[in-house]
Ligand binder design. Structure first.
Ligand SMILES: [Zn+2]
Length: 298
């Protein structure tokens, strides 16, 4: 059984060693170069739901935000860029350019397009939020086509690299039941795997133990890694784990989650077969969905 991890499987050669100014200029001028467009974190799609692709030179004259031309990499040898566009009443979108919230369209987008748009969204988001050097406060500038930022103060010259935040997301099982939780703002009936950011000084296994204990008061052991997912909201690496609960008693920490509940395998199976509405399952493009599907095969 295969598990489709949304936002993964990008077709990129990141071309990390060929990002000097001369190479970048060649990429922009390459007749096969392509660029995708992002505005406020949303990719431009064509009416058929695929990513709109333009030649980078078509961007001349448009209002472009940080980081300028973002070189994503080589897609089958062809340079692929992303541009962060300003789109508002003064700078309207071009004909046929529809910017869509990626969370709303992820379930319908082509997996390859989704991986491209996810990488672009995470990188652009990082550039937009890091205009200044975190060490000395001077402006930093995008270098190597957006692979890093460098402080413009030559006495500092600190390099800053795009950040990925590690998160553990875990199925907590006991006998043949799984513990799922829900956030206060989630749609009614929605339940998903517990999750939390890894803290400095922790292994993934230690983070699993701490998060499950903090949110539900359940002690767990035997954590195992299953699969991971890049998650571009804004830039996490979701590390999918499974662990065993030592008991079922719950003490819900309502500062962190609204509720948590044990569901037996038959119930989860029925929900995934759409034969039951015992809870609203996580969307297919989330790792929580794939982890639960994986668990049902074990
Ligand atoms: Zn600096």
């Amino acid at each position: 059984m295969t598990f489709q991890i949304a936002f993964a499987g990008g077709p990129f050669d990141h071309a990390e060693t060929k990002r000097d100014t001369e190479s970048l200029q060649k990429y922009v001028e390459d007749k096969d170069a392509m660029a995708i467009l992002i505005s406020d974190g949303s990719p431009a799609l064509l009416p058929d739901g695929t990513l709109k692709r333009v030649h980078p030179k078509e961007m001349i004259g448009r209002d472009i935000y940080a980081p300028g031309p973002l070189f994503l990499g080589l897609d089958d040898g062809k340079p692929l860029f992303a541009f962060n566009l300003k789109v508002d009443a003064d700078s309207p979108a071009s004909e046929g350019e529809q910017f869509e919230n990626m969370r709303n369209v992820a379930g319908r987008m082509d997996p390859r397009d989704l991986a491209i748009a996810g990488r672009a969204k995470s990188l652009i988001g990082w550039h937009v939020e890091h205009p200044f050097c975190a060490r000395c406060g001077n402006q930093s500038v995008s270098m190597e086509g957006g692979l890093k930022r460098v402080c413009s103060n030559t006495a500092c010259a600190r390099e800053h690299f795009p950040r990925v935040n590690p998160v553990v997301i875990m199925l907590v099982v006991h006998d043949d039941s799984v513990l799922l939780g829900r956030g206060a703002t989630w749609p009614e009936g929605a339940y998903s795997a517990l999750a939390g950011f890894i803290s400095p000084g922790e292994t993934m296994e230690e983070a699993v133990r701490r998060e499950v204990w903090e949110e539900t008061g359940v002690n767990v052991e035997n954590s195992k890694y299953i699969m991971s997912q890049p998650w571009p909201f804004p830039s996490q690496l979701m590390m999918g784990m499974i662990c065993e609960a030592k008991g079922r008693e719950l003490t819900i920490n309502t500062k962190e989650i609204e509720n948590a509940q044990w569901f037996d395998r038959a119930t989860v199976e029925a929900v995934f077969a759409k034969d039951s509405e015992a809870f609203l399952r996580p969307p297919r493009f989330t790792i929580a969905h794939q982890l639960l599907r994986w668990w049902l095969t074990t």
